[in-house]
Structure formats: structure tokens, C-alpha cells
Design a protein around this ligand. Structure first.
Ligand code: GLN
Length: 488
């Protein structure tokens, strides 16, 4: 892809498609070429399904020639995290246990994407079963951060963040259970958004922790993120937790909402040990909002420090139940060593799951076991309510909260793999939002002296994604950090 094409936004590409400067086939071919030229370094893609993407692009060009495009994303490629299923394609969740699993159906988000004319293109790497913050637990490969190839891209949607940052694809779908969209977006210098729980259907999203999981967009700018969310969201009878009320049209709302807003700064998100360069960048972003007429109010979220322990009870409990279906009998890896039925379970799961996934299954089974359920799981649910109330109280005074997305910039491969607790702390500013079910996004707000991206997290009110996008967009308009690109 020529340089002036591969780092364009979807909003720009849409115009180029509209005025016939480029065709969808050219766009997809150039994305494939860029990926071929860079993915030996980045290793974001597990599969590229090139022929199918070109076929879909051809169909898009035909629709356009007949004046029948399906929407603003028609003809634009979107890479897919390896846990959102697509009919006829491998969906491996970056796990050995699903190494040969081909999905017999499309996730609702994929159906919606196709109905918008967008082109699902390629499967991208992730932490195994979305458990991790660095994409290092993938069974298949380690994805590198395009800003520094010796560092991790964040996780678990590391492949999605890295491919957008590397100019391989303009949009990607990831999933966020405790920060897996926002944290890698921050570490790779792109925009990543987690919608209100229930807004995007989870049908066909391979489950990790069902009460927390949400699919969401990766992009290079806020407007693109809103367009992609508009395309995939909406009520779905196939997901019992899907929200059936009205949801805003986000892309349309952005130019209409101009502020100024009341913005909350939760003091718990600026601890003394926060990386100083991250503190400086996020405080500068807050000053920028203030200078543009926003009122800045300090707020309290007193139960913040309980979020990590509560999350690692609830998420592991749900995971231990969700992952019990991978039994070595149906659609999973089966151990060749096994003799009888019980042996198949033990050996297939033993060989099929990686260390981190096993740790979570053990922890989850423990907190759900008889005699411990009340002490751990039930109690964690009560604290989860307190965390949600903290957010509800804060939002009585403000339209959004501004915080750092990640307490540190991208770290080196291997730096945290031996110490799960340090790894878990990577999500200290994002996990709370999942427990509360609120929407939030991360957007670029600076670079460290070592040339690593820093992310600003904007947390919004449930079902008010339109305000959230408008608030983030106003910052983007006033600053050029989102235009910075890595050299690959
Ligand atoms: N890093 C967190 C975990 O490992 C969050 C992952 C996610 O959001 N999928 O559980």
C-alpha cells in the first residue's frame, strides 16, 4: 500500500471510495501488500483469508457501481480477533485446544459487519482465551508492538491493536473483559473502545467471562471508532443479555455535540507510583480540556482498589464454567495418549490449555466450590455493586471521567510473565469499568521519552456513547497525537 493510503483513516478512505479515487479491490490488495511487507516483524495475523477478502471487495465495488452501497463502511476491511467466530473459518482463540475448530456459523457482530458492507479480513492474534495483558499467552505466536519490536503490544487484543498501528488494516474488532481493548490501544497508540455492556451482541464471541465480555472497535481516530460501533451494535435476540432499548447513532452525533462538558478526575487513578511520564501526559490532556472551557471536578471512586481482587474472583469463576465445554470429545484438541473417557478429559485439557488458562480454571473452580462460594463469589458480587455505585455517584456531577488507560507504557517481552500479579496490575485502571458495565475508550495523548505511546481513558455513562465519542473527538481535534505513526 502506498504510504499515503495505508495510514489513512476509514473516514478518509470512505471519501476516496465515494469519489472513485480508489476501488475496494485496490484497498484490500494494498492492505494485503502492507501486511506481507510488515507482518514478519509484527506477527499480528494468524490467518489472512486473502481470496475471500478480494471477492468481498469485488462485490462492494459492484454495489457501488450500481449505486447500492450498504453504508459508510462499504468496502472497508476490518480484521477480526481470533475469538469472534466466522462461518467456515478457524476460530482458535489463540489456544491449542481449539487448533482445528472451524466455526459453523457467524457471530452477530460479523453478520452486522457484513450487512454494513465492511469486509471481515483476517484473524488476528490474542492472549489465549483473552486471558492476559500482553498477547504473550497465545499458543501460536508473539505479536510485537510496532513502536518497539522488543516490546509487547498489550493484550489480550494485541493483534488488533498492532495491525491498526502498523498500517496493516484500518479497523479491527477486539473484545474487552477487563481492559483488553483499551490497554493494547493505549500501548500501540490507536483508539480502542469498549461499549456499554449489552450494546454489542455476544452471540458468537467465544466466552471468557460472560458478565464482563464486550466486543468493540479499534481504529486510528475517534470518528472511525463511532462508525464501526454503529455498524456492529444493536439488539440481538440470540444474546439473552443484549440491550433491547434505543442506542444512540454515534457517528452522526459527534459533530452535533460541542460541549463544554463537566469532566471528573478520580483521584484514585493518579496514585503516587504512577509512571511520571504518563502522569504528565494525562494531566496535560486534562489541562487541554480545561483550556477549551470544560469544568474539571475532582471525584472519588473509593472502591477502586478492590477491583482487581473482585475481578479475579468473578472472571475466573465464569471462565471455569465457560471453559468446561472444551472436553477433548467435541470440536477440541484430543490427546493421542488417552485411553478411556476420563483420560480424554484430563489429557486433552492438560495438553490443550496453556499455563495462564489453567491458573484461571483452578482459581475459578476454587472460588465456586462448596463452602467457599459465599466467602468469595457472593462477596465479590456485593463489592461489584459498590464499584458500580461509585461510578453512578461520580456521574451525578460529571459527563465523563478522564484517567490514564494503563499505569505504564509497553513493557518488554518476558518482563511480567513470571509474575502474574504484576501482569494483572496492568489493568488497574480499566477493570473497574467492566465491573460497572460502563462504556470507555482510550485515545493517544502523547509519547514517552522512549517513543512509546501513552493513552488517555475517557469513561462515559451507560448508553451515552454519543457523548463519550464527542468528548474524545473534541480532544482529538485539538491535538495531533493521534497522527503520530511508528516507523517500521
Ligand atoms: N488482562 C485481563 C485478564 O487477563 C483482561 C483481559 C480481557 O479484557 N480480556 O483477565
Amino acid at each position: 500500500m502506498s504510504e499515503d493510503l495505508y495510514y489513512k483513516t476509514a473516514t478518509e478512505l470512505r471519501r476516496l471510495l465515494e469519489n472513485r479515487t480508489i476501488s475496494a479491490v485496490e484497498l484490500v490488495q494494498s492492505a494485503i501488500a502492507r501486511t506481507k511487507a510488515t507482518d514478519d516483524k509484527v506477527r499480528a495475523y494468524l490467518d489472512t483469508n486473502e481470496d475471500e477478502a478480494i471477492e468481498l471487495a469485488r462485490a462492494s465495488d459492484e454495489r457501488r457501481a450500481n449505486g447500492k452501497i450498504l453504508g459508510p463502511l462499504d468496502g472497508i476491511p476490518v480484521s477480526i480477533k481470533d475469538l469472534i467466530v466466522e462461518k467456515g473459518k478457524l476460530a482458535r482463540c489463540s489456544s491449542r485446544i481449539l487448533e482445528n475448530f472451524v466455526s459453523p456459523y457467524d457471530a452477530t457482530a460479523i453478520v452486522n459487519l457484513r450487512n454494513s458492507g465492511a469486509i471481515p479480513w483476517g484473524r488476528v492474534n490474542m492472549d489465549e482465551f483473552a486471558m492476559g495483558s500482553s498477547t504473550e499467552t497465545s499458543y501460536f505466536q508473539k505479536t510485537a508492538n510496532p513502536w518497539d519490536l522488543e516490546r509487547i503490544p498489550g493484550g489480550s487484543s494485541g493483534g488488533s491493536a498492532a495491525c491498526v498501528a502498523a498500517g496493516q488494516t484500518v479497523l479491527s474488532l477486539g473484545s474487552d473483559t477487563g481492559g483488553s481493548i483499551r490497554q493494547p490501544a493505549a500501548l500501540c497508540g490507536v483508539v480502542g473502545m469498549k461499549p456499554t455492556y449489552g450494546t454489542v451482541s455476544r452471540y458468537g464471541l467465544i466466552a471468557f467471562a460472560s458478565s464482563l465480555d464486550q466486543i468493540g472497535p479499534f481504529s486510528r481516530c475517534v470518528e472511525d471508532s463511532a462508525m464501526l460501533l454503529d455498524a456492529i451494535s444493536g439488539y440481538d435476540p440470540l444474546d439473552s443479555t443484549s440491550y433491547s432499548g434505543d442506542i444512540p447513532n454515534c457517528a452522526q452525533a459527534i459533530p452535533e455535540k460541542k460541549g463544554p462538558w463537566k469532566l471528573g478526575i478520580p483521584k484514585e487513578y493518579f496514585p503516587d507510583n504512577l509512571d511520571p511520564e504518563i502522569r504528565t501526559a494525562v494531566e496535560a490532556a486534562v489541562d487541554n480540556y480545561r483550556a477549551r472551557g470544560c469544568e474539571i471536578i475532582e471525584v472519588e471512586l473509593p472502591h477502586t482498589e478492590l477491583a482487581i481482587p473482585v475481578y479475579y474472583i468473578i472472571a475466573t469463576a465464569e471462565a471455569s464454567s465457560n471453559l468446561s465445554r472444551y472436553d477433548g470429545i467435541r470440536y477440541t484438541h484430543r490427546s493421542e495418549e488417552s485411553t478411556d473417557a476420563l483420560d480424554i478429559y484430563f489429557k486433552s485439557r492438560g495438553e490443550g490449555f496453556g499455563e495462564e488458562v489453567k491458573r484461571r480454571i483452578c482459581l475459578g473452580s476454587f472460588v465456586l466450590s462448596s463452602g467457599y462460594y459465599d466467602a468469595y463469589y457472593l462477596r465479590a458480587q456485593k463489592v461489584r455493586n459498590l464499584i458500580r455505585k461509585d461510578f453512578q455517584n461520580a456521574f451525578k456531577q460529571v459527563d465523563a471521567l478522564l484517567t490514564p488507560t494503563s499505569p505504564t507504557p509497553a513493557f518488554k517481552f518476558g518482563e511480567r510473565t513470571e509474575d502474574p500479579l504484576t501482569m494483572y496490575l496492568s489493568d488497574i485502571f480499566t477493570i473497574n469499568v467492566n465491573l460497572a458495565g460502563f462504556p470507555a475508550l482510550s485515545l493517544p495523548c502523547g509519547l514517552t521519552s522512549g517513543n512509546l505511546p501513552i493513552g488517555l481513558q475517557v469513561i462515559g455513562q451507560p448508553l451515552k456513547e454519543d457523548d463519550l465519542f464527542a468528548i474524545a473527538h473534541s480532544y482529538e481535534q485539538a491535538n495531533d497525537y493521534w497522527k503520530l505513526r511508528p516507523t517500521l
